[in-house]
Each structure stands twice: as C-alpha cells, then as structure tokens.
Design a protein around this ligand. Structure first.
Ligand code: CA
Length: 150
C-alpha cells in the first residue's frame, strides 16, 4: 500500500521541518511549498491526498490559496481536503477559512495528536491518535459551531 501524500504549505523552514519529522514518522509522504504561488503548482504536480495550509504566506495568503484551489478547473484539485494551521487570530480567520472550503482550522502551536487525528479522519484512516473529547471533523466543517474550550 502506498503512503498517503501530504502537501505542506508553510513559509517557515523550522515549522516545515517539524511537520516533516512528525508526518514521516507516521507513514506519510511529505511535499512542501513555501509561498502561495508554488502551493498551487505543487498541488497540481503532486495531487496530494491532503494539504496543510498556513495563512501568513508570501505572494498571497492562505485564503487566496483556498480560493484558487476551490476555483480550479481541475475538480480533483478542488476536492483535496485542506487543514488550515495558523498562528493568526482565530476570530474571523477560522470562519473565513472554513467558509473558503477548509475542512478544519488548527491554531499554532498545534498538538501532534490532534493534528494526526484530524489527518487520519480526513483520509478515512483508522484514528489511532484520537483523544476522547476530540472534535469530529464534521462539526469543524460548520463555521457556526464553536469549539468547546480545550
Ligand atoms: Ca507563515
């Protein structure tokens, strides 16, 4: 069985390394883009199973990347699940990202188990990381649902 492919869009090299170590250790193949323009070209090239997207990026922010993915002529590209992981203020950005088509929004610094759990569920894999009380993905898809305090 081939590994699932995850494209990480992140301009901070240290953060990219953090993702790489975590995701490779958990059996995912990782690809990277460091700005909004190469995010789209890499997504086209790799057709990843999932995209992790930062919001603060050079050459257009993560919201722009979401818009371009959703507006892509290639519908397969627009269907790739996107998890936004950002250090930006939750208010406004979370709602905007989810309305823009992101499946979930995590704040930096992310919790490894929470991120792995989300990824597994979005890829339809067994969630061996899930903690009791973790928020189901389908609830995260609805911007009107507020996350309980964690
Ligand atoms: Ca950034």
């Amino acid at each position: 069985m081939s590994n699932k492919k995850i494209l990480i869009v992140e301009d901070d090299a240290d953060v990219r390394l953090g993702y790489q170590v975590l995701l490779k250790a958990n059996g995912y193949d990782t690809f990277f883009a460091a700005d909004a323009i190469s995010a789209i070209s890499e997504a086209r090239k790799q057709m990843p199973d999932l995209i992790i997207l930062d919001l603060g990026l050079p050459a257009g922010d993560g919201h722009v990347v979401l818009e371009r993915l959703r507006g892509a002529i290639n519908l397969d590209l627009g269907a790739i699940p996107v998890v936004v992981v950002s250090g930006r203020d939750l208010r406004g950005n979370k709602e905007r990202a989810l309305k823009g088509g992101a499946k979930a929004f995590l704040q930096k610094p992310w919790d490894d188990d929470e991120l792995l759990s989300l990824i597994a569920r979005l890829l339809g894999q067994p969630d061996i990381y899930g903690q009791p009380g973790a928020i189901p993905v389908w609830e995260l898809e609805d911007p009107a649902v507020e996350s309980p305090d964690r």
